[in-house]
Design a protein around this ligand. Structure first.
Ligand code: GLA
Length: 383
């Protein structure tokens, strides 16, 4: 990225920062239940060129969006007004500035120019990348001294309370805290974390991302509905969150629930177990053996949690039929992307099989690429 900022604002930026998108290896729809997740950062990032302003004005520009520069006064930022209510991309960085200021941090005006290589609407956390890039740029420029975990918390607040999306904290934590060559094993209850070595190449493996290029319109409402169902399940069982239901007590717990809540609770409790199984295998150096765990996770998301779709199922089934070690949808679902674990020598054949299956079903061609665990948010250069 060169020159974008200068072309828009007529001066050079004070610095350049980048924050990545993510895939989640295992632990889906657990983060708003105080559960466990294991995302890794993608090499694709949102990059922001940024400079301070001393007049209390925030200017936002994206190379991907039509409509030029969005300009707002910091004191006019509110979830109901100034970009908060328009739902466009600018609400995300504006929301981050709002959240930083709400937390009492001394953030002044800024000019920001964004360029992102994270595919949007693909379930790969392009929004979190946009938020976290904004936060780390302002953290540096204004000397706020924020820890990565705090960055993630503030970005999640922006998304929940300013943009109005009821997400959990996984995506922001992944973008802020992941490190190259690792998956991030995260307990979303207290944000304790461990960097788990995830060197696929050394083990003759590859992780493919299949972006189905499908975004189902019902996604947002259905996410909130699943979330409400989980909360109702926890309330019916007398626990604060579903994290507190041990796997041994699941059969008895299910007996106490009505038919609508049962599959939701079963998914969350068994998914936390799958994260535990995956971490045991990774710690034992048996990465190839997590394949069946991934596929079991997909079946649970499809059959119990009801967040898959025909294209995601086809990506998973065709990859597994062609010899993948395992596959699952990743992220919120209702479209977006699947991940596929393959032996390196089978990667091309599996990709082709997925492509063919999509063509035969009359679906749009998917975008398939390799996920190599990249770095979390960082400063790219001084100016
Ligand atoms: C979306 C949300 C995350 C998480 C996943 C499902 O990506 O932003 O917080 O809930 O869905 O695991």
């Amino acid at each position: 990225m060169t020159g974008g900022f200068r072309a828009v604002y007529g001066r050079d930026p004070e610095g350049v920062w980048a924050a990545p998108g993510r895939v989640n290896l295992i632990g889906e729809h657990t983060d708003y239940n105080d559960g466990f997740v294991m995302p890794l950062a993608l090499p694709q990032t949102c990059r922001v060129e940024a400079s301070r302003r001393d007049d209390g004005v925030l200017r936002l520009h994206s190379s991907a969006a039509a409509g030029g520069v969005t300009e707002v006064r910091l004191d006019g930022l509110s979830p109901q007004g100034a970009t908060g209510d328009r739902g466009g991309w600018a609400a995300y960085p504006a929301g981050v500035v709002w959240a930083l200021r709400e937390a009492g941090l001394q953030v002044g005006g800024a000019d920001l120019h964004f360029e992102s290589s994270v595919p949007t609407g693909a379930g790969l956390s392009s929004s979190a990348a946009l938020e976290v890039a904004t936060a780390v740029a302002l953290d540096d420029l204004y000397g706020l001294g924020l820890r990565a975990t705090r960055v993630a918390e503030l970005c999640r607040r922006a998304e929940n309370d300013f943009v109005g999306v009821p997400c959990g904290i996984m995506d922001q934590m992944a973008s802020a805290c992941c490190t190259a060559g690792h998956a991030l094993y995260l307990d979303t209850r207290d944000l304790t974390q461990r960097q788990v070595p995830f060197d696929l190449a050394a083990q003759g493996l590859r992780l493919l991302v299949v972006d189905t290029r499908v975004k189902h319109a019902l996604g947002d409402g259905a996410y909130a509905e699943r979330r409400a169902g989980c909360e109702a399940g926890a309330a019916a069982l007398g626990v604060r969150t579903l994290r507190e239901v041990p796997i041994e007590e699941l059969p008895a717990a299910l007996d106490r629930l009505d038919a609508r809540l049962r599959p939701l609770v079963r998914h969350v409790v068994t998914e936390n177990e799958r994260v535990a199984a995956a971490i045991r295998l990774l710690d034992a150096g048996e990465t190839h053996a997590i394949g069946p765990v991934l596929s079991a996770g997909h079946a649970s998301l499809r059959d119990d949690f009801g967040v898959s779709c025909a294209e995601l199922d086809l990506a998973v089934d065709s990859a597994n039929a062609a010899g993948a070690l395992g596959a699952r949808m990743t992220g919120g679902g209702f479209g977006g992307s699947a991940i596929v674990l393959v032996r390196a020598e089978a990667a091309d054949e599996v990709s082709k099989a997925v492509d063919h299956a999509f063509a035969a079903a009359g679906h749009r061609a998917p975008r398939i690429f390799e996920a190599v665990p990249g770095a979390g948010a960082h400063r790219v250069r001084a100016s």
